[in-house]
Design a protein around this ligand. Structure first.
Ligand SMILES: Nc1nc2c(c(=O)[nH]1)N[C@H]1C(S)=C(S)[C@@H](COP(=O)(O)OP(=O)(O)OC[C@H]3O[C@@H](n4cnc5c(=O)[nH]c(N)nc54)[C@H](O)[C@@H]3O)O[C@H]1N2
Ligand SMILES: Nc1nc2c(c(=O)[nH]1)N[C@H]1C(S)=C(S)[C@@H](COP(=O)(O)OP(=O)(O)OC[C@H]3O[C@@H](n4cnc5c(=O)[nH]c(N)nc54)[C@H](O)[C@@H]3O)O[C@H]1N2
Ligand SMILES: [Mo]
Length: 764
């Protein structure tokens, strides 16, 4: 499928990829984007309060802030600044805009164009059979949605999708509402993101979260950065790694692409960073084949076992293994079967490279492994992360300073949303506490995750879709199938700040319910409110918007959810929705009683910097059935495309935030002015009879014989490992089959799509 009205590849220019990230140009880029969206005063007001103790949490990513006294005046990055300017924009989407543009026309606009129209300003409805959205009052809009929800044969015919933009208070209320209504159908962006991490860590360590703090990272002797592009997606992580290195730690980066930020970093807030060569981040860079990480860690584990055999008692932490783990014997036996030929084939690395990493491990006491989508979005994502846990357990690198697991989260509050109960399979003890607190019996059957929600809509089992933040249609795989699924709904409703494609792929009736953003001031009957978030390292703190709301007609997410709940459930003395809307402290009081680790929530979150949730793993308490950390035996296979095909990964450019491209450049990779590019190494191109600059269609092939097509991509010769390619998400989501998911976690395999390149019939 040709992707809407994306500009043609003609405007595109390609130069050599960069070998360093951040630095002075980054700040200039951020300011340029900010001033293109809003006024200098608003720019100053927003950028100066991002991530400051009394300001708002940067919605750019989930990387933690240093303790209040140690923050930079500008504790944000280029991309966070772009992100916040995008929300603080002075551009507006009004009723007149919707009169002018039909839904059909809007559905043919690009993601970039839709986002550039500005902030949504008033509730809109697309009535059955209509061609255009029209204004609707808040009361009528919520009545309409409540009426459709009440008319369902069963609450499980409703879906409540959320994205990690949602703060804790509305997240808690949303899951409470869904469960009081009678369903656990709470699919979220985490299903598409770090679900594999949650599955693997929950099973092996008893909690699906990372264990390290910023201090642990600084103090580590060795940090692995695996399957992650921090220069673009977590720029502030580079400052942390710079500190690790300053203290003598070492960094090993594992990635199929030589990403700029992994190689060298120039700190934008320090003079030497702006002027100098910057810090070399990776002491060792392993250009691994896609999907090869499980084999790599298995080989490292084999080397550790062999080293221990040679010098017993010097390599493994025997005492830790004995006291705190189970499954070691079966694991060790399995590891001893590892074949080096198979490892080298799967990883594309040399044995020397792997031995060098092994030497670094032996020389290091504290080891931290960080990872993101390069691991989770593969078929074997869960076993890969389990193998990383094995690797850390062997030397007792769990539950002591300077060591541990660090899944680097994406959305600023994606971790908090889970803590608040946004999960289709929340554990029974949580449901019991929730039910006791609010005097009802929550449903116990597991709900639908994101992929299963698409199947349910497709098959007519789900009929009302409510999206709270996010852009479901563009975040999910198999775009044609997903769009069709949404169009079969009786009603689709989106609580959003900005226009996106999900608003244009509508059920029989559709609602746009515009809401306040992070940077907007939130005033309720009980006065000015703040909300709270939890970052990637379990730090919980307040976030408070400072700007006048984008429009006087906006409702906060809390208002929207509580008002909807009242309309659907009626007056319910056990759940004081109206009081919750007036005063978010009252919501936090309830969170304190339902959610582990939130005692005295209101008091503690008002302290500068907030508080850190306890992670039992750090006291070597493992909430697994055996009460111990679990060694697992995992099998790897080499990820290979058939002859004439490539393994395609779908990733982010530097100028996008998830489904929303802010601009059409990817500076560090040398791409300018276009997004329809496919990066392939020169040897593969030669073998395929193609050359840099050619125009091709990407044709996805799937095991059931079905094919999927994304048209008109410019070929860019790029140092990808043999047999693999890369292109941007969401333009390539159309190629990811709905049934191509990670084992156990059900996460789409966005980093391994089998494609072939067909010369495009016509240029442009
Ligand atoms: N500016 C900006 N910041 C963001 C986001 C954004 O869109 N823009 N999104 C946020 C969100 S929600 C998330 S989840 C994170 C995502 O952060 P990342 O995970 O860094 O995002 P991706 O662009 O998907 O990059 C995946 C990386 O994994 C590598 N990779 C792919 N396959 C493999 C593999 O098999 N093995 C290994 N070792 N590496 C592999 C890719 O080459 C790439 O460097 O970023 C968050 N921060
Ligand atoms: N092929 C492929 N697909 C992927 C990925 C990939 O790497 N490859 N990555 C996956 C990952 S990691 C993720 S996390 C998902 C992301 O999926 P989502 O979280 O669903 O998508 P976003 O692009 O973050 O959503 C952007 C929209 O959120 C709304 N929004 C922004 N701020 C707010 C707010 O404060 N409140 C409300 N109510 N709305 C707001 C705006 O209307 C905006 O248009 O995509 C996934 N999809
Ligand atoms: Mo994500």
């Amino acid at each position: 499928m040709r992707d809407f009205d994306e500009p043609d590849a003609d405007g595109l220019s390609v130069t050599a990829p960069k070998t360093w990230a951040t630095g002075a140009p980054a700040v200039a880029h951020a300011l340029k984007y900010a001033l293109g969206q809003t006024s200098p005063t608003r720019t100053a007001l927003t950028l100066l309060t991002i991530n400051q103790a009394k300001g708002f949490d940067c919605p750019g990513c989930a990387w933690p802030e240093p303790a209040p006294g140690q923050r930079h005046r500008n504790e944000y990055c280029e991309n966070g600044a772009k992100h916040i300017s995008d929300e603080a924009t002075t551009r507006r989407v009004t009723a007149a805009f919707f009169r002018e543009h039909s839904v059909d026309e809007l559905s043919r606009r690009s993601d970039h164009w839709l986002n550039q129209q500005g902030r949504l300003t008033e509730p809109m409805v697309l009535r059955e059979g209509a061609t255009h959205y029209e204004p609707i009052g808040w009361d009528e809009a919520l009545d309409l949605l409540a009426g459709e929800l009440r008319a369902l044969d069963h609450p499980d015919e409703a879906l409540f999708y959320t994205s990690g933009r949602l703060a804790n208070e509305p997240a808690f209320l949303l899951q409470l509402f869904a469960r009081a209504f009678g369903t656990n159908n709470l699919p979220d962006c985490s299903n598409l993101c770090h679900e594999s991490s949650g599955s693997a860590l929950g099973e092996t360590l008893g909690i699906g979260k990372g264990s390290v703090s910023l201090d642990d990272l600084h103090d580590a002797d060795l940090v692995f950065v695996v399957g992650q592009n921090p220069g673009t997606n977590h720029p502030r992580m580079l400052s942390a790694l710079e500190e690790t290195k300053r203290r003598g730690g070492r960094v090993v980066a594992v990635n199929p692409l030589p990403e700029a930020g992994l190689l060298r970093f120039k700190h934008p807030q320090k003079a030497r960073g702006v002027l100098g060569r910057g810090t070399t981040i990776a002491d060792q860079f392993l250009q691994i084949r896609p999907g090869g990480d499980l084999a790599l860690f298995q080989a490292l584990n084999l080397l550790l076992l062999e080293a221990e055999e040679k010098e017993p008692g010097t390599v493994l932490d025997r005492e830790f293994i004995e006291t705190h783990t189970t499954g070691y014997d079966a694991f060790a036996e399995h590891i001893r079967q590892t074949s080096w030929d198979a490892v080298l084939d799967a990883t594309g690395l040399t044995r020397d490279e792997i031995e060098e990493v092994h030497e670094r491990v032996l020389a290091s006491r504290g080891v931290v492994v960080c990872w993101a989508m390069g691991l989770t979005q593969h078929k074997h994502g869960v076993p890969t992360i389990r193998e990383i846990v094995n690797f850390l357990l062997l030397r007792g690198n769990i539950g002591r300073p300077g060591a541990g697991v660090c899944p680097v989260r994406g959305h600023s509050n994606v971790q908090g949303d889970r803590t608040m109960g946004i999960w289709e399979r929340m554990p029974q003890p949580f449901l019991d506490r929730l039910g006791r607190e609010f005097a009802f019996t929550p449903p116990t059957a597991h709900g639908l995750d994101s992929v299963d929600s698409i199947r349910a809509m497709r098959d007519g089992r789900a009929k009302v879709f409510v999206g709270v933040a996010g852009n479901f249609v563009r975040a999910t795989p198999d775009s044609d199938v997903t769009e069709h699924a949404l169009r079969t709904c009786r009603l689709t409703a989106h609580i959003s700040t900005k226009l996106n494609r999900s608003h244009t792929v509508c059920g029989r009736t559709a609602l746009i319910l515009p809401t306040l953003g992070r940077s907007d001031r939130d005033v309720q009957a009980g006065g000015e409110q703040f909300m709270t978030v939890e970052d990637s390292m379990s730090e919980v703190h307040a976030t408070r918007g400072r700007l006048a709301p984008a429009s006087p007609h906006l409702l906060s997410e809390v208002s929207l959810i509580t008002r909807l709940a009242r309309k659907v459930l009626g007056a319910e003395p056990a759940i004081p929705w109206e009081e919750f809307e007036a005063d978010y402290d009252l919501v936090r009081d309830r969170v304190a009683r339902v959610v582990d680790g939130f005692e005295d929530f209101n008091e503690r979150v008002r302290r500068p910097g907030g508080f850190r949730l306890p992670n039992p793993v750090n006291s070597r308490v493992f909430r697994t059935p055996s009460g111990k950390a679990v060694f697992t035996a995992n099998d790897f296979t080499a990820l290979r495309a058939p002859e004439g095909h490539l393994v395609l990964q779908t990733l982010r450019s530097h100028d996008q935030w998830n489904t929303v491209p802010y601009a059409l450049d990817d500076r560090y990779r040398g791409i300018k002015g276009g997004r329809r590019v496919v990066l392939v190494n020169s040897a593969d191109l030669a073998g395929l009879g193609l050359a840099d600059g050619d125009l091709v269609d990407l044709v996805g092939v799937w095991t059931d014989g079905t094919q999927r097509r994304a048209d008109a991509f410019r070929v860019v010769a790029y140092p990808t490992p043999p047999g693999s390619a890369a292109a941007y998400y969401p333009e390539t989501n159309v190629l990811v089959p709905l049934d191509s998911v990670a084992d156990i976690s059900n996460t789409p395999t966005s980093k391994s799509v089998i494609v072939r390149l067909e010369r495009a019939a016509t240029a442009g």
